[in-house]
Design a protein around this ligand. Structure first.
Ligand code: ZN
Length: 302
């Protein structure tokens, strides 16, 4: 069922979006952009002590192997663009510092910024250079960076325009902005949409992380992301890089964390289904991509 929603305006073209697939998801046909009207509670998450920290850590651990692999792909791209290890990287929403550790092991100087108190503490305990705040921090950093990276963070940010403006402020001239985020063209995204139409909304809700304190608010295609970034004079360097989000190793453990939502039987169906479809999943459009952007500084000087 589709209806006009006066409540959500497309952040890219500023026209009204339609409610599509579920009551909370909105779509802009012109931009091929998906947005969600979901409550965000990052501050609440900061005060949420024991239980949240344990589930976050278990969730992070279950994803770690695959994420390390993906981070190495990103760093390989940096090297290809001659961003050698003497450069500085700002990791926005660094969570428990995994990317920082991988980059630091390769010799990069990385600073992290993380608003969640527990994740900040976890990162600091590892001796990593991390600031406890949102981006941009209240206390200015008094430095500019060669690279600013958002790993699984950009899709959680309500005001993407404000964030992009701040990236312009903190990036050195000819610096790179790297966005690593979910893909609206991904196979799982589109299969989940079909399943919702068939009456099973579990995977769709899971994709948007509706049960989490900081759900996904945006799903971009590479094209729609480019359209948004061009408004802040960021232009893609090369094509998008698709990265795998599913690996059978650790997949069951990750599903099992969502006991309350899907239940054991649904997890079994999802796991067996994934097992059968795995060869196709490997060939299809991936559900995450990263892209590198350079700012057009020429217009600054005009
Ligand atoms: Zn639009």
């Amino acid at each position: 069922m589709r209806q006009h929603s006066p409540a959500m305006v497309c952040p890219i073209c500023q026209t009204a979006m339609i409610v599509k697939t579920s009551a909370f998801t909105h779509f802009c046909k012109q931009c091929d952009y998906w947005g969600a009207m979901l409550p965000v509670d990052i501050d609440g998450a900061t005060d949420d002590e024991a239980e949240g920290a344990i589930s976050d850590q278990a969730y992070i651990a279950s994803l770690e192997g695959l994420r390390v692999k993906n981070f190495k792909l990103i760093l390989a791209q940096l090297k290809q663009l001659k961003f050698e290890t003497q450069i500085s990287i700002l990791d926005v929403g660094c969570a428990s510092g995994l990317f920082m550790r991988v980059a630091q092991a390769q010799g990069y100087a990385v600073k992290g910024i993380e608003p969640n108190r527990q994740l900040f503490a976890l990162t600091q305990q590892q001796g990593l250079n991390v600031v406890h705040d949102y981006f941009p921090p209240q206390q200015p950093l008094h430095e500019k960076f060669d690279v600013i990276i958002f790993n699984d963070v950009f899709e959680h940010i309500p005001d993407v325009h404000q964030i992009l403006k701040n990236c312009g402020t903190y990036l050195k001239q000819d610096g790179l902005l790297i966005l690593n985020l979910p893909n609206a063209e991904g196979l799982i995204f589109n299969v989940s949409r079909l399943l919702t139409a068939c009456g099973w909304s579990g995977p769709w809700d899971r994709l948007w992380q509706v049960m989490f304190r900081t759900p996904h608010l945006h799903y971009f295609t590479f094209k729609s992301l480019n359209k948004l970034l061009a408004q802040h004079r960021f232009f893609a360097v090369g094509d998008k890089h698709q990265i795998a989000t599913i690996e059978l190793t650790g997949f069951w453990a990750r599903l099992a964390l969502d006991r309350s939502l899907l239940g054991f039987l649904k997890n079994c169906v999802l796991y067996l289904g994934t097992l059968c479809l795995y060869p196709a999943i490997r060939l299809a459009e991936k559900d995450t991509f990263f892209a590198l952007y350079r700012r057009d500084n020429v217009s600054d000087r005009q």
